[in-house]
Design a protein around this ligand. Structure first.
Ligand code: CTP
Length: 435
């Protein structure tokens, strides 16, 4: 194991829920691998899960108490199911049985595991494991679609020989694939090229993405900053990391879309499975975005430079005299969001822009929605103290034609999932209205 591999989940807190099923034995290996990679693990066993692995094995491997019952009053007093969720960075359900998926989809909370799952605002990743017929049953399909729309991420199941002797889709994803999906869900920037796209695609059944609510749709996303050259060695730029745009691309892929990501210069790996078009300047970004049309959804998450040097110097600019001042003439760049949102044949059905503001957030964002002709504006405060610019978390307000929604603070990955799930739902409504 390389040092990078060993450390890539360093400091991350995983709350692992072990459902009932023969695959539960793999959860022990999963705990071991998570610990090796530097994560801390707390485990909850459902009653059925405890038929397959013991709380003792889980607590020995995780070096934490394994929790088993909501009505253990001592644990409730000491730690409580809300705290279990609050102290986790990610909740992983492995194995997730058909029964557990059904309870999650319906919001049941009759034991510790389901109470945590209902009470959490953290990202939930599930690794389904069941008999092929149960996986293919319309009820399970409905439940999985509901969970996906709620922003729950899936890894697996895989095809293969089952414990019951049958063959087909339903085997739980291998621990290595679950680890990859965990790293991707946490938006780990230490991932190599086999990041979310690969892990979720590879670990999902052949039809998983094909069943996603964005299946058959194209999503265009702009991401990152632009660099506007001043001379051959200098440029104008901003502090955008591209994390939000890239998270949106991964989330769209996860929901089954064909994704084109037009990205300015960023230090992030390309999301696997996404078509990435790399650009430098606002002009190049506009050209690439227009070339990617038609698209069903366009999300402009890029922090496009508003200005460029009016005259790019062909040679490196020299100081005239020691101490002399210099001035730079700037020209406005084209507005990509406004261009994409212009009414016409190729306008995506849903055009979403971002408003990064440091003051009068909501008013400016509402005005921006109108001025740009966007359907939605995702408004976020980028005042340096918020840590939103370049950070992993964000707190947004969604401005639509119906009003303003205040979303709680969450990871950029989580926000991306919820926004895309919401977009999928909206397009579905538009489609149904048109029929
Ligand atoms: N945007 C764009 N092209 C530009 C500038 C911005 O597509 N040339 C998009 C961004 O991707 C974002 C939205 O417009 O979705 C708002 O960006 P922002 O920089 O906040 O707004 P501006 O329109 O540039 O307005 P201002 O800087 O004056 O607040």
């Amino acid at each position: 194991m390389t040092a990078t591999k060993a450390k890539r989940l360093n400091g991350k807190a995983i709350l692992l829920i072990v459902g009932g099923g023969i695959a539960a034995y793999k959860s022990l290996d999963l705990v071991r691998r998570l610990k090796e990679r530097g994560a801390s693990v707390r485990a909850i066993l459902t009653r059925a899960g405890a038929e397959f692995v013991t709380p003792l094995s889980l607590s020995v491997l995780s070096e934490e108490k394994a929790f088993t019952d909501l009505f253990d009053l001592k644990d409730e007093a000491e730690i409580g199911h809300i705290r279990l969720s609050r102290e986790a960075d990610l909740i992983v359900v492995a194995p997730a049985t058909a029964d557990l998926l059904a309870k999650m989809a319906h919001g049941l909370a009759d034991d510790l595991a389901t109470a945590v799952l209902l009470a959490t605002d953290k990202t939930v990743l599930v690794a389904p494991a069941m008999n092929v017929r149960m996986w293919q049953h319309p009820a399970t399909k409905r439940n999985v679609a509901t969970l996906r729309a709620d922003g729950v991420a899936l890894v697996g199941p895989e095809e293969g020989e089952m414990a019951c002797g049958e063959y087909g889709l339903g085997r739980m994803a291998e621990p290595a694939a679950i680890i990859d999906a965990i790293a991707s869900s946490l938006g780990s920037s230490l991932l190599g090229t086999s990041s979310l796209g690969t892990s979720l695609l590879a670990a999902s059944p052949a039809g998983a993405n094909a069943e996603g609510p964005l299946q058959g749709l194209r999503v265009l996303i702009t991401s990152g900053p632009t660099h506007e050259p001043i001379d051959p060695v200098r440029y104008l730029a901003n502090r955008s990391s591209g994390k939000q745009g890239h998270a949106l691309a991964r989330a769209a892929l996860e929901l089954g879309a064909e994704v084109v990501l037009v990205s300015g210069p960023v230090a992030l790996p390309d999301p696997h499975g996404v078509r990435v078009v790399k650009v430098e300047t606002a002009h190049e970004m506009l050209a690439a975005a227009l070339a990617a049309l038609p698209a069903d959804i366009a999300i402009c998450a890029a922090a496009v430079a508003d200005w460029r040097a009016a005259d790019e110097a062909p040679q490196k600019l020299k100081k005239q005299q020691p101490g002399s001042e210099a001035s730079l003439k700037l020209k406005q760049n084209p507005n990509i969001l406004a261009t994409l949102a212009k009414p016409g044949g190729k306008r995506p059905r849903l055009v979403i822009g971002f408003a990064a503001e440091t003051e009068n957030l909501i008013d400016n964002a509402i005005a921006k929605r109108r001025a740009k002709g966007a359907d939605w504006i995702v408004a976020n405060d980028v005042w340096p103290g918020t840590g939103a610019m370049g950070g992993d978390h964000t707190q947004i307000h969604l401005i639509t034609g119906q009003g303003t929604e205040d979303w709680p603070a969450m990871s950029k990955d989580e926000m991306a999932r919820r926004l895309l799930a919401r977009a999928a739902e909206t397009l579905q409504l538009l489609r149904s209205a048109a029929e």
